[in-house]
Design a protein. Structure first.
Length: 361
């Protein structure tokens, strides 16, 4: 019997209150897994309430920071200054070009008039003296024709645009500061998402600090689970392990628009896209289970399989890669119906079915 005594003592020790050490009427906190007596459990809840108030206070401060971070006036003022400067440069260049044209035309006109007067004086003198012959007439006509051609050519000024000298156009670039937490309104080209489960509707529940989602109710009752991360730019991959899947396989993996989650969390809504059991795909409320069309077979899925769910926001599509079979499936997402940002959506149907988010390695 000594062995039994040691085991019982060990059990009693583990059930002692974390604060006072008493072992009578102890309770376990579902969050931190610590054991408390009734008195100190209430205090523990009060501490959590105070911490919750701190979170709310920080959220309010964050809202104030967001309002103060709007430098709209400064940015618009700089754009207005650029606009006025550009307009002034255009006006100045145009006025210089006009003045140059005026000077060229005036100079040509003066020269043409001098030549014309010289011809006129020669004609007048020859006529008055009655001293001209065929050669003189031919010479005068040649001079007049040459002057006419020169006048016509003077009207062919060429206005040239220098393509290398232009006004620098102003553009807007969103510069991200390094080291900031990026709740993925993320812009990384391709990355493994730091995903966890955030919220579940009964009969689904969340365990293991947000890494596991499990169906705890009756069969054929749909439990929806969404992830913590928001996806609006870049390409991001989430690795998920099917810890348990009741045959036939009936688990949904996909995305849902976070804009609609407060009012609607339904895999069959127009805001969701993904893959379900029974060879079904759902795109914005449209159902299809024809394998010949979409090439997706849920019959390949089973317990302990790992899948990679990819959100390619730049290409507006999602992908599902089944590691064991090395098969990849893709679905297009209409962002007019499911606007950014997206969130992970998992739906569990059968009692005991569970899914785990795998670490980023």
């Amino acid at each position: 019997m000594p062995v039994m005594k040691i085991i019982l003592n060990d059990i009693v020790d583990k059930r002692r209150c974390k604060t006072c050490g008493k072992s009578n009427s102890t309770y376990t906190c579902d969050g931190c897994q610590s054991v408390f007596c009734q008195k100190h459990l209430l205090r523990h809840r009060q501490d959590l309430a105070y911490q919750f108030e701190d979170v709310m206070h920080n959220h309010e401060l964050l809202g104030q920071d967001i309002k103060r971070s709007s430098n709209e006036y400064n940015y618009l003022h700089r754009i207005n200054e650029w606009e006025q400067d550009a307009i002034q440069k255009v006006r100045s260049t145009a006025e210089n070009a006009r003045e140059e044209v005026r000077q060229i035309l005036a100079k040509n006109k003066q020269r043409f008039m001098r030549i014309s007067r010289a011809i006129a004086l020669d004609l007048k003198a020859s006529y008055k003296a009655d001293d001209f012959q065929e050669n003189d007439l031919k010479r005068w006509m040649t001079q007049l024709n040459d002057l006419r051609r020169e006048i016509q050519s003077s009207n062919c000024l060429q206005l040239m645009e220098d393509q290398q000298l232009s006004i620098p156009l102003i553009t807007i670039a969103h510069r991200k500061l390094p080291g900031l937490i990026n709740h993925d309104h993320k812009a990384s080209h391709s990355s493994l998402a730091k995903e966890r489960f955030l919220k579940a509707t009964y009969p689904a529940s969340i365990h293991n600090d947000g890494l596991i989602a499990k169906h705890i109710g009756n069969e054929m009752d749909y439990g929806h689970v969404i992830g913590t991360q928001f996806y609006s730019r870049g390409c991001h991959t989430i690795r998920l392990k099917i810890l348990r899947s009741t045959a036939p396989y009936n688990i949904f993996f996909g995305c849902i628009s976070s804009e609609r989650i407060p009012s609607i969390m339904n895999y069959n809504s127009s805001f969701a896209v993904g893959w379900f059991g029974h060879n079904e795909i759902y795109q914005h409320g449209i159902w299809n289970n024809n394998v010949r069309i979409h090439d997706y077979s849920s019959n390949d899925m089973q317990t302990n399989d790992t899948v990679c769910l990819t959100f390619d926001c730049d290409k507006k599509s999602i992908g599902l890669f089944h590691e064991r079979t090395n098969k990849t499936y893709k679905l297009a997402v209409n962002t007019d119906k499911a606007p950014f940002p997206w969130q992970l959506l998992v739906v569990l149907v059968n009692e005991g079915d569970s899914v785990k988010v795998l670490p980023n390695n």
